[in-house]
Structure formats: C-alpha cells, structure tokens
Design a protein around this ligand. Sequence first.
Ligand code: BES
Ligand code: ZN
Length: 444
Amino acid sequence: MSPQLEDLFSFLRFASVSTDSRHSGDVRACAEWLRGKLSGMGLIATLHETPGHPVVLAKNAHLEGRRTVLIYGHYDVQPVDPLELWTTQPFEPVLRDGKILARGATDNKGQMMAHVLGVEQTLREEGDLPVNLIFLFEGEEEIGSPNLAEFLRQHREELRCDVIAISDTGMVAPGVPTLGYGLRGIVCCEVVLRGPKGDLHSGIFGGAVSNPATAIARLVASLHDDHGRVAVEGFYDAVKPLEGWEREMWASVPGVSDADFLDVTGAPALFGEEAYSSAERVWARPTAEVNGIGGGYQGEGSKTVLPAEAFVKLSFRLVPDQDPADIMRKVTDHLERHCPPGVQIEVKPGHDGKPYLVDPHSKFANAAQDALRASFGAEPVLIREGGSIPIVQTFRDILGVDTLLLGLALADAQVHAPNENFPVANFEAGIRMNRALLVELAKC
Ligand code: BES
Ligand code: ZN
C-alpha cells in the first residue's frame, strides 16, 4: 500500500463520531493524530480547545505578497448504525475493488486527506508552497458546527485569507470534475405531542381521547400540499427563482438525469415539486423532510396501546435567500396552528445554517476550474449542492471570504449510510487537484 493510503487508513481508524459522547476520546485522539501528521510535514500545527471538540490549525511560513488560501475540512464522522448492514467494520478500513471502505472514507476524511497529502507532496518536491496556506479542520461539522463561528470571531486575524477551498461535496459522475457554487441551508427541529398522562389501553380508552401518534401523522401530513410543495405559509417568500442559464447548463450535466436519480436511489418512482427536474429539486428548491418519527409500540407483533406521546424530527433544506430563523418562526406557527385537538405540542428548535451561492466565474472560481481541468483531464461541470455545510456562509459573514467547493464525493459513496466508500482514483485525483489548485490560485 502507498504511504498515502496508509496515512488515510490511519486517519480512518479513529471512531471520531462527534454526536456521541461515548466517542469524545476518539474524536480527540483523531485531532491529535492529525496535528502530529501536519507538524510532521513541516507545518506549524496547533490544536485549539473549544467548548466541544477541538479545532486543528496548520500553516506554512506566510510571506508578504503571496496569496493566502484557507482549506477547510472536518475530521468528525456520522454514527455507523445500522452496524449489521455493513459488510466490513466501519473503523477498520479495507480496500476492495478499487474503493476504500470505512466510515468517513468520503465524508470527509478521504477528501480532506487528499488536500493534506497534496500539500505534503508539494513541500517534499518543491520545498515550499506557492501560497500562504491555512488548514482549518474541525470536529463538529456533522453536528452543525456549534462552536466554529465563535472560533472564527476569536481568530479572525490569524485566519485572514483571500479565498477558501473545501472538498466536502459531490462529484456528478466518476471522472467528471465538479465545481459547486451553491449549498442548501438547513433548519432542524423536533416536535413532541403529548396526550394522556401515561400510556393507555387502546380498547378501554381508544375513541375517548386523542392518540398522539395519529395526531403527529396528521401534523406531518399538513406540511405538504398534493403537488409536493411545502404548505407552510410564506415558506417560498424569499426563494430566489432558478436562473434560465442554470436550468440550461444543468440539463447537460452527466450523472444527474431523472433516470440517474431513479437508478442511484432505487426508489420505485421519483416524486417532488411539479415542473422541476430532480437536479433542480435538489439543488435549487427548498424542502421539508421527516428524518425520524416515533411513538407507541415498536416491538414484534401487536400491542394494543394508546401511546402517551409521539415525536417527529424534521429538517427543512433552504435555498437563497431563505433565512433559517424566519423559516423556523413560520414552521412553528404552522405546527401550532395545525396541531390536532386533544394533544399538547412542544416544538424544540435544533441547529441551522444559511444557504450559500457564489459566482462560478469569479477569478478564483475560474482558477479552480483550471485546476480541475488540469488534474482530471476533463471539462469541469458547475452545479449547486443539495447538502449543507453551514459554516460556508458563516465564513463569508465573519471572514468576508468566498468558498470554492471542489467535490470528490460520488453519488453512490453511501455517505452517512452503511458501507461508505471512496474510490482510490478520487483520492489520487484529489491529491493532484490540491497541487494544481494552489498553483492556479497563486497566479490568478
Ligand atoms: N459533506 C456533507 C455535505 C454534502 C454532502 C454536501 C454531499 C454535498 C454533497 C456534510 O458533511 C454534511 O453531511 N452536512 C450536513 C450538515 C448538517 C449536519 C448541518 C447535511 O447536509 O446534512
Ligand atoms: Zn456529512
């Protein structure tokens, strides 16, 4: 195995699951390993405490008159469950059919490590980088980066830069270099409906009191109309309509036709807002999604119970210029107004993040396209992203800098799911891309 793959495998062995406090030791050990790797390469690498998981920073010696590039990534990962659906152990990386299998292989350790190792190669071969570099790696992206905005405020001077680059987004098809110029925002909440003071026999009491599980189903049903649109009043008020040039451009992007969506999801049919293609629905339209729902008996067979409470976990993906706080208010109003009688409602707001949109033809974006073209030997495509990286708009708000999204994640990478994988070809292309990117950004 190449020393580069060995480094990635060492990185993947840490169970750095940020959401689970039982793994906080693993998250820290991962951050410490990373700091050691970066300082071993000759960078000035530091570990910074936050109220949550640590931030790792690394810099080369900054010279006057050179461009400063910040590369962001996250070393935390999503939980692995359901574990029984993995064909290998999530934290024992394996190479199979040209793919690296492990939790975090794509999101984000593989993509992030490609940048680290690209820099290592340049330093070894050239002795220096063409730019002033800042690596900023956090351990809380998968939980909404709750402490990073404050970290940016406190380290604003140290983090001053001209442009930010991130590889934590999608690539439309193998071998097709992809520059992202938009991200959806997000706002999450949990809704609890409470009925009787305890679980009841559904024969003795059913029919006489409201069933919270039925009520939550009706509440969830109220979120959409019959045409796939979100029925929350004012939800679309701030939505920026899709531009004609984007629709035209996206129609010829490979790998994202409706047929591709059917194929990669395995869903029996596509469904969504009328008059939009799947790519348009995902990249440029907002949504309301149920991420989890529960209440009542979940075990084998039947149990005639009328549950005392039921819950649903919701998230809303947002597009420019929707504002998470405004949407949360509108959603809360909607839920309270549509709550069926006979239950009490509690809406607990969760984390959020703003949507992001940037000019894909700025001088930096053009340099990124040149780097993608050079390292993949193919013409880059320009897309927006359905996923969210909330810190990207925060970078703009606090540091005043735009971000280039150079994604290496394939649609079948199984991110957040069992059997997450990353092709070795993407890892190697990512290393080449990092080197080309720093060269192009230095001269643009
Ligand atoms: N890397 C993903 C986001 C992503 C994946 C964007 C694929 C585009 C294509 C990131 O790690 C992620 O999962 N973000 C979360 C953010 C949330 C927890 C605030 C998301 O999008 O659900
Ligand atoms: Zn993720």
